[in-house]
Design a protein around this ligand. Structure first.
Ligand code: FAD
Length: 483
């Protein structure tokens, strides 16, 4: 039986392990922490408050995400947001403004000035540049829609998705659908009106405007918990992989692969190619045919890889990850003037607030607060925009959030519940030059048969992206073995 080691029990590693197990592989997941899920984790207080540490929702961007939920018999536990949460707000001139829901509504929104609205009408006539350089999102938006679009809706959106900076993110890598829309239709507006990007017929991708978002009755952690339960003993916790040895030919490598060593794939009497050494004293060193690194890119240097892999992977650990604080506060409903009739609000940098945005979490999923008389709000701070704020004291951060919420949603009272988590390296930034990292990862795999890289630092940052990528990788590993 084929043995595959997976380093990292986040959603990438767990989904991959489950899919490989379904295909008959023997898998083993090594997870450094004491829980499955990585960035996905939920806290539930005994008095009925619920807070997510990382993601609050998953976008159902493909049929495969639905399939994963079905495979785990979790359909009855899936929660779609309350229809009251459809509206999304962006702050302009210190006030919350509802984001227009269609291209036509853009023409009447108070979010944009008359001249910015005119730029929408001009957008279909703007040409694509001839040279195919790695353009920043900011330059792309300036070129197609103008400065005002960049400063308000786009800067807000980028803060909400990447906690990132549009002046540094690559449009091609961080927002590939935008780049494709321009490539296929010559215009973002026309492309939208014509139904978005064209996909190959075999794609099971669900268009973004049709894809629903969801969570589970007891929060997102339900998903990694269910996968981990299904995998049973195949997952070991508190088991940080510290060293990997490649087994070359008949002799075992000492952590260094000799460039002239025979390809172990061609050594028929040596079925296992990778030896894993973990920090778990109860976990013996084990040998595997395949090795998947599904940890974080910034964690790569803490693993002693064989020299030839280390050389290629070390630069990948430089993908920037700005810090983010997630602060969930619980209030009496009567202490907030705003109806909280939406998903939440995003705040562009130009507005000068010390927060990136706030999700109206109990509007999305009412059971995030103890009852209808209470609400939870989850606010994000820091990111590329204000990384220094993430390292302030928790009390100071809470004061900043409260002061912003007083101005924006008419908050009066004090919080009854507080949950704060600092991600000192939160979300990988797909900035210009990202192709260099992708090339190194591809080379590492090409030059080391049986080695694979998976995770949000490679194939998209959303939970949906990581699940889709795990399906692709499981298929690739299986095909590699059959060939
Ligand atoms: C604050 C925040 C909010 C977010 N909001 C959303 C959202 O609303 N929607 C959305 O779709 N996405 C969101 N994301 C992004 C999404 O959560 C992540 O991109 C995704 O969960 C990453 O999954 P992963 O498995 O690739 O990596 P991770 O979750 O980082 O998992 C990696 C795992 O590997 C383990 N590991 C690392 N090194 C080793 C080692 N040497 N040995 C053993 N184990 C190791 C780690 O302990 C960890 O468990 C958010 C992220 C953050 C931080």
């Amino acid at each position: 039986m084929i043995r595959t080691a997976i380093i990292g029990g986040g959603i990438s590693g767990l989904t991959l392990a489950l899919l490989l197990q379904e295909k008959g592989h023997q898998v083993r997941v090594f997870e450094a922490s004491d829980q499955p899920g990585g960035a996905i984790r939920t806290t539930r207080s005994p008095d009925g408050w619920m807070a997510e540490w990382g993601p609050n929702t998953i976008i159902e961007s493909s049929g495969r995400i639905k399939r994963l939920v079905a495979m785990l018999d979790l359909e009855h536990r899936r929660q779609y947001p309350d229809p009251a949460a459809n509206k999304r707000y962006v702050v302009r001139d210190g006030r919350m403004v509802a984001v227009p829901g269609s291209p036509a509504a853009l023409l009447t929104t108070p979010l944009l000035s008359a001249s910015a609205k005119l730029s929408i009408l001009r957008e279909p006539f703007r040409r694509r540049p001839k040279n195919e350089h790695d353009e920043t999102l900011a330059d792309f938006v300036r070129r197609r829609l103008g400065e005002e679009f960049l400063k308000w809706p786009i800067d807000a959106l980028v803060g909400g998705i990447y906690a990132g900076d549009p002046e540094r993110l690559s449009v091609r890598h961080a927002f590939p659908r935008l780049a494709l829309l321009e490539e296929q239709h010559g215009s973002l507006i026309l492309g939208q009106l014509k139904g978005g990007i064209r996909r190959p017929p075999e794609s099971d991708e669900i268009p973004r405007n049709k894809a629903e978002i969801f969570s589970f009755d007891e929060g997102l952690q339900v998903l990694p918990d269910a996968i981990s339960r299904r995998l049973g003993d195949a997952v070991t916790f508190l088991s940080r992989v510290k060293e990997i040895t490649r087994i070359t030919g008949r002799r075992e490598g000492s952590g260094h692969i000799h460039p002239d060593a025979p390809d172990p794939a061609e050594a028929p009497d040596r079925p296992h190619r990778w030896r894993i050494h973990s920090t778990d004293p109860l976990e013996p060193d084990r040998d595997f045919d395949n090795l998947v690194y599904a940890g974080t890119s910034h964690g790569l240097p803490s693993v002693a890889f064989p020299e030839s892999l280390s050389r290629l992977l070390h630069p990948v650990s430089e993908i920037p990850h700005p810090p983010v604080v997630s602060l969930t506060l619980g209030f009496r409903r009567s202490d907030i003037a705003h109806p909280l009739d939406g998903f939440g609000m995003l705040i562009p940098g130009v507005e000068g607030f010390p927060i990136l945005g706030t999700l109206f979490t109990s509007t999305l999923f009412p059971n995030r607060a103890p009852d209808a008389g209470h609400v939870t709000l989850t606010t994000y701070m820091g990111g590329s925009r204000q990384p220094e704020i993430a390292s302030r004291e928790e009390d100071e951060q809470a004061k900043m959030v409260m002061s912003s919420l007083r101005k924006l949603i008419g908050l009066r009272g004090e919080p009854l519940f507080r949950h704060r988590i600092l991600w000192s390296r939160a979300i990988p930034q797909y900035e210009t030059g990202f192709a260099r990292f992708l090339e190194l990862m591809e080379r590492a795999e090409r030059e080391h048969p049986g080695f694979y890289l998976a995770g949000n630092y490679r194939t998209g940052i959303s939970v949906g992206d990581t699940i889709n990528a795990a399906f692709d990788l499981a298929g690739r590993i299986h095909r590699d073995l059959s060939s």
